[in-house]
Ligand binder design. Structure first.
Ligand code: FPP
Length: 240
C-alpha cells in the first residue's frame, strides 16, 4: 500500500440494480449483496488507516424510487445496524450519519442515532453514512442557519467566509474529500458532498458495487497516490 492515503475517502456505491438485472434477480437482491460489500470495504478501509470513510447509501432523490424498494432499503439499513454495531464498536469505529434524518422512519432513525451515540467517543475511522442526503440541501441548510443568525444580529454577513461556512454544514469536523470513487461506469457526482469535493481526486470504475473487492479499493488508492494535487497552484509551487 502506498504511504499516501486519502484522509477522507468517499464512495458513490452504484450499480446494485444492474448487478441484479444481469442475474435476472429482483433489484433488491443487488442491494442485499451491496451490504456485504459495504462490510468488506468498511473493514478494509479501517485496517488501512483511512480516517474518514463516507458512503452514499441513499440520496434525497432515491425517495422517488418505488415504495417497496425504498422500504426494503430502510429494512436493510435497520438490519445493517443491528448486525454490525458490535463490530463497529469493537473496531473502534465512530459511526455518523449525514443527511435529512427527519425523513427516515422513526425506528430506523432511533437505531442510527443509538449507533452514533454509542460510538461517539471512538477514536478510529469515522464511518459516515450519507442517508437521505443531498449536497445542495446541505448547503441550503447551512445558508438558512447563517441567514437566521444574521437576521437576529448574532452574525455579521461580512464575517462569513469559506472556512467558517463549513461550521454550518453537517458534521463540520469531517474534512474535505481527498478521493471520491464512483462505481458502475457512471461519470457523475449526483449531488454528493458538493462543498467538500471542490478539490477531490475523482476515480471512476466500470465495476458494479456488488462486484467491488478490497483490491479494487487498493487500486483506486494507488492511483490517487500517484496524482499531483495542485489545488489551483502550478507544478513548481507544489512539492512534487
Ligand atoms: C445504487 O445502485 C445504490 C443505491 C441507491 C443504494 C446503495 C445501498 C447499498 C449499497 C446497500 C445499503 C447500504 C447499507 C449501509 C445498509 P442502483 O440501485 O442505483 O443501481 P443501478 O444504477 O444499477 O440501478
Amino acid at each position: 500500500m502506498p504511504d499516501i492515503l486519502p484522509v477522507h475517502l468517499a464512495i458513490i456505491m452504484d450499480g446494485n440494480g444492474r448487478w441484479a438485472k444481469q442475474r435476472k434477480m429482483p433489484r433488491i437482491m443487488g442491494h442485499k449483496k451491496g451490504v456485504d460489500v459495504v462490510n468488506k470495504v468498511v473493514r478494509h478501509a479501517s485496517k488501512l488507516g483511512i480516517k474518514y470513510l463516507s458512503l452514499f447509501a441513499f440520496s434525497m432523490e432515491n425517495w422517488q424510487r418505488p415504495g417497496d424498494e425504498v422500504s426494503f432499503l430502510m429494512r436493510l439499513l435497520d438490519e445493517y445496524i443491528e448486525k454490525e454495531l458490535n463490530t463497529i464498536l469493537r473496531e473502534n469505529i465512530r459511526f455518523t450519519v449525514t443527511g435529512n434524518m427527519e425523513m427516515i422512519p422513526e425506528g430506523t432513525r432511533n437505531k442510527l442515532m443509538n449507533a452514533s451515540d454509542r460510538s461517539a467517543d471512538n477514536t478510529g475511522m469515522t464511518l459516515n453514512l450519507a442517508l437521505s442526503y443531498g449536497g445542495r440541501a446541505e448547503i441550503a441548510d447551512a445558508a438558512r442557519q447563517i441567514a437566521r443568525l444574521a437576521a437576529s444580529g448574532k452574525l455579521r454577513p461580512d464575517d462569513i467566509n469559506e472556512d467558517n461556512f463549513l461550521q454550518f454544514m453537517y458534521h463540520p469536523e469531517i474534512p474535505d474529500v481527498d478521493l471520491l470513487i464512483r462505481t458502475s461506469g457512471e461519470l457523475r457526482i449526483s449531488n454528493f458532498m458538493l462543498w467538500r469535493i471542490a478539490y477531490s481526486e475523482l476515480y471512476f470504475t466500470g465495476k458494479l458495487w456488488p462486484d467491488i473487492t478490497e483490491e479494487d479499493i487498493d487500486e483506486a488508492i494507488e492511483d490517487f497516490a500517484g496524482r499531483t494535487r495542485r489545488f489551483g497552484k502550478t507544478d513548481d509551487q507544489v512539492d512534487i
